[in-house]
Design a protein around this ligand. Structure first.
Ligand code: SAM
Length: 322
């Protein structure tokens, strides 16, 4: 996704170190490797052990593959002897096709599977624990906050009444009964990878309405994997480990993620955070990042035609200053 744009924004050159913090199926990883003619140090990180295992079988031996959550970027890289990154860091956020397509992973509301949704299958918290164990208010809050679902309270109440809920289709049916189809124009417009992360069905639904369980499933996935807190920590860690001139590239798929990245970039680019009425700067802040993409890059119409999931991808890039 946004492959050429990513390579361009990372400014890939031989001899430098590049980290793909969301290696997935290795598409971006191999593009980085090839763009440097196999002469860069390339590191791939993913928290999904199965993705990493599959990648290990295909990747060239000189690519380093590490199982970790990118929120621990510095520590993870330090364990491989990397303390700074002089080329660039990439994160292509969200779930992979492999994760969605495998019903046993429990990400899909269209295929029956266990309520799992863990990207890192070694962690203990799963969607089952949240759906069957959290208090009604906490459940409603995450569905509202992470799913931007206006029927969150009704959904949480019905979930509690139906407990125990064991499978994705059971949950999908319960949620569907709470949400009028096609009731939310804004969400329809924002049809995203997560929401429509269900292959071709996404394209079909985008013309009518998104599936009523879309937003609830997105919310649960984000809660299970602590996606927004991990993203905030990753951004901070990346900025502190990049050398001047190195690049940071993020690809997001929904407005909540993009907002976090946009605000982080904006904050990092500021050279002063003193209150406006201060006569003189006293904050000692300096600009740490030059924003390269004033507006996020989006997929071309050809890419969207070939891959409907790319329609909501947004790429933001920055260059470390000092
Ligand atoms: C959209 S896919 C990346 C696809 C990849 N760029 C490619 O070309 O194949 C996202 C991947 O990031 C991983 N991931 C998501 N959040 C992560 C995190 N906090 N730490 C490490 N990996 C993460 C997921 O497990 C998934 O494999």
């Amino acid at each position: 996704m946004l492959l050429a744009e990513t390579i361009d924004m990372l400014n890939v050159r031989p001899g430098l170190t590049y980290v793909d913090a969301t290696a997935g199926a290795g598409g971006h990883l191999s593009a980085i490797y090839n763009a440097a003619g196999g002469a860069a140090k390339v590191v791939g990180i993913d928290q999904d052990p199965a993705s990493l295992e599959a990648l290990r079988k295909r990747a060239p031996d000189d690519i380093t593959l590490l199982h970790s959550n990118f929120r621990y970027l510095k520590e993870t890289l330090a364990q491989s002897g990397i303390n700074t990154v002089d080329g660039g860091i990439l994160a292509d956020l969200g779930v992979s096709s492999m994760q969605i397509d495998r019903s046993e992973r429990g990400f899909s509301f269209q295929k029956d599977g266990p309520l799992d949704m863990r990207m890192d299958t070694t962690q203990s918290l799963s969607a089952y624990d949240i759906v069957n164990g959290w208090k009604e208010e906490a459940l409603a809050n995450i569905i509202f906050e992470y799913g931007e679902e206006r029927y969150s309270r009704r959904i949480a109440r019905r979930i509690l009444e139906a407990r125990p809920i064991k499978t994705t289709l059971e949950l999908s049916e319960i949620v569907s009964r709470c949400v009028p189809r096609g009731s939310d124009k804004k969400s329809r417009k924002n049809f995203s990878k997560e929401s429509g992360g269900e292959g071709g069905a996404g394209q079909r639904m985008a013309h009518s309405a998104i599936h009523p369980a879309t937003r609830t499933f997105q919310a649960l996935r984000m809660a299970v994997n602590e996606e927004l807190p991990a993203l905030k920590e990753f951004l901070q860690e990346s900025l502190s480990i990049l050398e001047p001139g190195a690049r940071l590239v993020l690809i997001t798929f929904h407005s909540l993620e993009d907002r976090v990245v946009k605000q982080f970039f904006k904050q990092a680019a500021l050279s002063c955070v003193c209150p406006p009425r201060m006569p003189q700067c006293a904050c000692n802040k300096h600009s740490e990042l030059e924003i390269i993409t004033r507006k996020p890059l989006t997929a071309s119409s050809q890419e969207i035609l070939a891959n409907t999931r790319s329609r909501s991808a947004k790429l933001r890039a920055g260059q470390k200053l000092i």
